[in-house]
Structures are given as structure tokens and as C-alpha cells.
Design a binder for this molecule. Sequence first.
Ligand code: ARG
Ligand code: ZN
Length: 899
Amino acid sequence: MKNPQSAVTHYRKDYSTPNHRIDRTLLEFDLDAESTLVKSRLDFSPWHLQQAEGLPIVLDGEDLQLECVTLDGKLLDESLYQQTDTQLIIPNAPKQGTLEIAVRIRPSGNTRLEGLYMSNGNFFTQCEAQGFRRITYFPDRPDVLSRFTVTLRADQAAYPVTLSNGNLIDSQKLPDGKHRTVWEDPFPKPAYLFALVAGQFVCQEESITKSNGQPALLQVWVEPGNLDKTDFAMQSLKHAIEWDRQRFGLDLDLDRFMIVATADFNMGAMENKGLNIFNTKFVFANPQLATDIDFENVESVVGHEYFHNWTGNRVTCRDWFQLSLKEGLTVFRDQEFSADMLAKGLDAQQAASARAVKRIDDVKVLRAAQFPEDAGPMAHPIRPDSYQEINNFYTVTVYEKGAEVIRMQHTLLGEEQFQRGMRIYFDRHDGQAATCEDFVAAMETALQEIKPDQDLKQFRHWYSQAGTPNVSASWHYKADESELVLTLKQSCAPTPGQAEKPAFHIPVRIGLVSNTGLDLPLQLKSPKNALSGDILNFTETEQVFVFQGVAKGTVPSLFRGFSAPVQVRAEYSLEELVFLARHDNDPFNRWDAGQQVFTQAIFEIYQSSGDTSGKLVQAANLMMADLLEDPSLSDGFRALAIALPSENTLFELFDGLVDPVALHFARQTLREYLAACNQGPLLKLYQARATHTERYEYNAVAAGKRALKNASLAYLTVDEPGQSLARSQFLSADNMTDRLGALNLLAHNAEDAQSELDQFFNMFQKEALALDKWFMTQATTPASHPAGNPLERIQALLKHPAFNLKNPNRARSVLAAFAMQNPSVFHQHTGVGYQLWASLVIELNAINPQVAGRMARALDRWSKLTPSLQTQARAALEKINAHDGLSPDVHEIISKALG
Ligand code: ARG
Ligand code: ZN
């Protein structure tokens, strides 16, 4: 393990090109769990044509046992190369030649799940970002693109299926009970896109026809016994291929495209060229085992990895600072894919509602996870300037905020010019390793084709500046002129390394809602040219916008559809918020206005120590009653509209230091109050959706119906008769959405849910992903649970025979659930929650640094806690920090948190 005391910081500004290209890479694997032999043959040539002779060849490698190196056929003795813990360097290399290297590795001992590792007796690889260096010596950097041919030799009985990237060009039985396959990838690729899989698998396959008339074979590979869970992933893959063709004009460029599922995976999935490797969580889906959210996630992750084939693989990243080039763009693409799929086949109104539900879900993630990141010690621009451990930078900022930055460009250019920009981007960079700047430059060219006087100069700050901009909005009405004068101000708090930030170019989608609830036509008097369609270009620290022809009583609706990733403070009166929650024609803002009313009501309770008689709570209650009765709302939208903001979102929104335990109880108090006041309508909504049940189907309308049913039940289970309803829903459910929905509510609210928990366990004990849900349900039992002491339950879970810290999904189902999704227990005043977390992070650090690094982030926002909690938090952070043998991953997180 690298020594964190010597932790190096890598800087974006230090980029320099390598000395050599690797034009061809031949790899040969003799697969063996205890000792795998990896032989490589690398044909290298000078990076620059006129380059001098004698520059060193620099190869990365970690935890490799070197057997031999030859250069142009001659064995090199140790004086002719330098070997360190992390590199193999051949000084004085010729400009061009062939290197042959043999190393041995031990997959069975690889608990980090980076490089070549084993899961359930099968071989898998994970190379992004820097796992390939754990397989063999190689320039493990994304700007080195090479054409790979891979030979896999393995025992035929133990590992009958052996796969790698590209096309299968040879397959043979060997005399000694072994067999051999040879794979050739026609496209040059960086090492992080290399993959191999070997073992016992079965597959579902289908052939499709590409736009050029050629056939392509699609396969989804799983361990035996799981073929009944692959239909939806296969369907999603076909939809993704079709969608990318239709919307982006991009087709599959391979004859074979494979997805393989593994139960042990650090992240969601990986876009290896032609051989995507997935966490089972994002492949397996059938109604008995997967919730609506799981179905949605499978579709979006299958889409995401497929879309990487162009945005990531055909055009890759020059260096890891550019990660958002592929991730932000690909998340934007998968979000649009999901929205289009949800809206498919619906009438215009239902389609708009289905899209809004998707948008709200995405923004909820941003607010609950990315806003805190941007306000904490790990804050970084979507294109970071530095990192210690790149694995720590696969963040909600790079991914989700990165997608918002792409979305803003889409907003500024419009769909047609955005697609034009994409074509320019591929024309310029196909087959290359590019930068974020290359992408913006392509979009800028497309923008200037239609708007020659505009540019994206100021817009580029979104790439270089961290922090969530704060926008304050105020307005007044000039009755004599029928004008509405809107003042917008922007600021952005300092983040690590960035004290002052110039103003951002912020697209504000705006509407003016008249007191009859209709949108007025937008007539901007000044500044000239700041409005394009319904988008205001807000570019200065403070800017005044004057609209004319505005009727009295009109309310502005700002940042419709969440048109920019900013925190808005608008001077709405309570009446105006309630008005927008009822009348805004933009569904996102309509939802958001309602959430603001709920938020203020919860803060009112929090600050009055539990009083529900205040005017905000009363307003929230009236609004709730309205939402429950309004027949114009779709079920999916209404489910979101009646749900209270999450504790993590509330924590971030509160001005000042927070006690998460008290905040939980304040939210809980509002929930109980709303449930008591609206029991009749809630029961009616629930029963109307619980009695007529069709066979389970995953689509926007059916999922919306289940969501509203379970959102109503969530209120009703504060007591009876809701808990009895939940018990019978649990028993009679024919799908996981309803069964788990009921189980969660019972486990979190009922005095006793042991019988349901036991039944669930017995039903699903052979299904790892369902068991993860069982663990997670219990690990998120809040402090308000009537039987008390949820932490004891969590400690018991850790001792359960089915618990296993080595499996990332299982580890997350308890540790992340408890430390990140259960604030009232994690932040309990005794500090026991923090101590438990600290000891688990230390334990996981030795097994899997990457996952440990994630878990280590639970106290990122500790400086926003009340003083006595801060003292406890610091002690826990220091305990981790003092631990010997901390990985660079955990070290970076904890040292930044301690400041
Ligand atoms: N590129 C993958 C995806 O987003 C994620 C790979 C994560 N790897 C890592 N080392 N963090 O689809
Ligand atoms: Zn990705």
C-alpha cells in the first residue's frame, strides 16, 4: 500500500504528453486464481515525429511480480531498467520498438476490486481509473490509445466462458483441459477501457440490425440461475441503441456488445469497450425482486454505459481532470434518455408530467448530495484543478453538476444547435483524447452559427469555479407603467483554493404568472437582448430586468425546470409561494414552491421546539389539503408534491448550525400533524389505488400510481389504521415496490415489525440484492422509532451471518445507509454513532480503500453541526486520521475534512 504520508497531489496544470505511443498491445493471460501469468507485447513509437532518441519509456505498475522484460527480442537485465513501487522505467529507449513483459498477479487476494479480481469464483476486471496498472506494466493514462488483441487461456471446466473487448477471432480447445479464446478490439482505446471476464456464465442474446444494414449481437451474461432477471436490461439496451440513433444520430460501431453482471463491484457499472461490466444491482430486474426505482436505475445505467461508447470511448479524456467531459455529458444523455422513455406513448399532458417527475428526481439528488459537496471540504469544480486520489473524484459534482453544465449549454443553444455542436465535437475529436475545453469550443462554434454576437467565454467559469452560486431575487411592481422590475444578485461562497469568483453566466428560465394563473407574454424592456425565448441571460453580479405589459398581482416564476444549478433565495411572501404551488404552469417550480412551504413549516417547528400552531404549519396544512384534492395532478407528480423534503436537504437549507436529531423530530412532527389533519383524503387516495391492482408493469403511469399509493401510506402509518393497511399490503403485494414500501414503513414506524422482517428474510434469503434491502431498511430505522435504540439494531446487523464488509453492496446497505441516510441515529448526541462509523471506516480501509473513501465522507459537513456534536465529530475524524496504514483514498477525505 502506498504511504499516505507521502500522499502526492496531482495538478491539472502539470499535464505533459508521454514520450511514446503504444500502437499495438498484445496481451496473453493464463488465468489462475492464485497466480495469473500476464504476458504483454507493446509496439511503441515516438509521440512526436521529430522526437529525439533516448527518452525513457515510463510504464505504471502496482503490486506486480515482474518475471522478465525484453526489448526488441533481447532480455533486459536489471541494470537496463528501473523498477519502483509504482513504475517500470526503461531509460535510454529507442524511438520505436517492441517491449515484451511478463508479470504474475494474484486475483484471489484482490479485495480492492480494482484490476483483476474474483467474485463468486469468476474473474472480472475493473480498470477505470487506474486499475490496469494492477494487471501489467503499461502507460496507464487515458491519452495513450492502443489497439488491443487479447488471448485468454483458462481451465475449460472451471472457466468455460472467457470474454474480452471487441470481436472473438479464435476459440480452441487445448490438450491439457484448457481452452483458449482470442479477442481483437478494432478501435484504439486507453487501458482503462480494457476488460476481461472468465468463469461460469449463461447469457440472453439477441441480434439487431445496425443503420448500415450489418447485424450486431447483443448479450447479457449472468451467473447461472439468474436468467429470469435479464429481460429488462436487454430491453433497455435495445432502447438505448435505438434512442442514440434517433436523438443523437449515433449508432453502435461493433459487431458484438456484451453486458456482464457481477455481485462484487465498487461502483455502478463500467463502459469497457464492447464489454460493459455491471454491478448486478443495475442489471437484475423483475417485479418480485426490483422496485420501480430499481427498474428506472437499470434502464438509466444500461443507457449510461452504452452512451459512453461515443461519449467516453470514441472520444475519451486527455487526463483524469477532464473526467466530466465524458461523465457530465453521459449523465446528461442518460437523463434525457430516461425522460424520453418515460414520456413515450403518453398524451402531451401526461408526457409533460412524466418528464417533470424525472427532472424533480434528478434535482433532488443534486440538492441532497451535490450542494453539500459544493459547500464542504471536498468542494471542487466539475473540472478539478488537483487531486490526491482520483477515485475520490468520481463525485456528484463531476457527474450530476457536470450534467447540469451540459444541460445549460443545451438550454442556451436549443436542441437543434446542441446536436450540431455534438457533430462538430465528433468531427474534430473522434478517435482522440480530448478536454472539456474542446467540448465547449465545439458548442461555441455551433452557437455562433446562429448567434454570431454571442460566446461561451463567461460560461466557462462553470468548469473552473467550485461552489453553488447563490442567487437572490427581489422585485417590485410599477402600477403606472404596468412594469415589473426584477433584481437578481449572484454570489458564490469561497471554496478550498478559490476565495473570489467572477460572476457566472446563468440562464434563468422565467415565467410571469398572472393572478388568474395564466402565463403572461414576456416583454423585456431592458436590458436589451438579455431575453431569448423564455431564457434570461443573467451575467452580472447584480442585474435589473424590467418587464412591461405586466398585470397587477403577477408573480414571477424563476429558474423554471431548474434551469441552473444555483441556490435561489426569492422574496416570495407565504401567499405567493402557496399561489405558485397551486398555479405555476411549470411543474418543476410548482413542486418546488410547495417544497419551500414544507421546508419553512419544518423550520418553524424546529425553532419553536415542536409547536404546530404557527402560521407556516397552518399554511402547509392547507396546501397539503389542496394537493390531495386536486384532480388535475398526475399520480407521479402528486406523490412528489406531498412528500416532505429529505433530512439531508433540510440540513443544507437551514441558516446556521443544525442538530440533525432535533431536525428529524421537527420533520416527523409535521408529518404526524399533516397525517392527522388529512386522514380522510389520504385514506381515499390510498384505497382508490390499492383496491384495483393490475399485473405489475413498469411504466410512468403505473409507477406513478404505486408512488402515490405508497406516499399516502407513508403518512397513514404514523399510527392505525395505516399500520394495518401496511401489514396487509406487505402480505398481498405481487411486486417489490409495494412489498418493500410497506416493510420500510412498518420497520420505521410500528412498535413491532419483526414478523414482517422475518418473512421478508425467509422469502429472499438467496437473493443478495433483496437481502441488501432488508439490511438497509433496518439500518435506516430513525431515532423516532417507538421501540427506541435503533443503533443497537445496527450493531446486531453487523454481526448477522449474512453481513459481509467485503461485498460493496452489502457494506453500503448497512454502513452508508446508517451514516448517510439515517441522520437522527448517526448524529445521536452520545457520539456512539460516529464512533461506530469510524471503526467501520478503519476496518474497510484495509479491505477496499475505494469504498472506504466513499464511506469516509459521512462527516464532510461536520462544521454545520451544533457545537457539542462538532466536538464528537472531530474526535471520530481524528481517530481515523491517527490510524496507521490509512489508504490514500481515506487519508485525502479525512485530512480535508479536518482542514
Ligand atoms: N466510468 C464509470 C461510469 O460512470 C465509473 C467508473 C468508476 N471507477 C472508479 N474508479 N471510480 O460509468
Ligand atoms: Zn459514466
